[in-house]
Design a protein. Sequence first.
Length: 322
Amino acid sequence: MEPVRFGVLGCADIAWRRMLPAMAADPGITITALASRRPATAESWADAYGCRAEHGYAALLERDDVDAVYVPLPASLHALWTEAALRAGKHVLCEKPLTTDAARTAALLALGAERGLVLAENIMFVHHPQHGFVRRLVADGAIGELRSLHAAFEVPARPEGDIRLCPELGGGALFDVGVYPVRAALCLLPGPLTVVDAALSRSPGSRVDTGGSAVLRTPTGVTAELAFGLEHPYRSAYELRGSAGRILVDRAFTPPADHRPRIRVVDEAGERFLELPAYDQAAGVLAAFTTAVRTGGGPDPVPLDEAVLLREIRRTAARRPV
């Protein structure tokens, strides 16, 4: 089959570190063009990947040799340029969160469906096989009846001026790192999920939330206790607790491509580790996206569930002092 021809809107760090190398390594993808507001950056990156440079995002969307666009812009720009790309007839893979507003997310999903275009959010970890393996363990009764999920994604403090600390760019712990444990709950628990409690914290002098927590609940009473933060020791893990044991997953959300997961299972017989093969989750998300493009798949509905939960977490937390 002909490769899916990608255009890249923006020169973000995640594009350079993970997504562009994964695109270049995929024989089913051609990187056609790369756009930046800074011509020198666009030229430098385009030279590295043998594609065309465009000054400005609109110019890239006008190209007829671009089938799909990858949007790694700041969160506040996701809705604007995702909509522009869909209206230009392009499939869209957008960095998380798809938007910072649930109503806007719903409108974009509806637009993608109306145009017959694939619209997906780049939450890479859900494509890693280790989570499907964990779901099968739970389904097979490895820890008895599921009782709760405990998930956390916390990272060390960002340098001053980082976009994650700028409210006008959609920054803050909830939308930057909180989305991961929220999506883990959607991935691992039977829904629908409701928000029971939530809190956001802000360090002195910060203009955004720098940490937070939330408690979610399923209709059957399974709970999810989530934690996230931008000024913490690094933690990327979750634990599923059942009536007869526990399953623990470390390096759950951003494992390197060469990382071999070790799933820890603790039950009445003791403790054991189940080692899985290494897997490049950046390659995984691209494979899923391009397959959807080729087979006529539509928008992924899960980002709306995620957006609704993020909205409710913020609303619930707003009842508390920050």
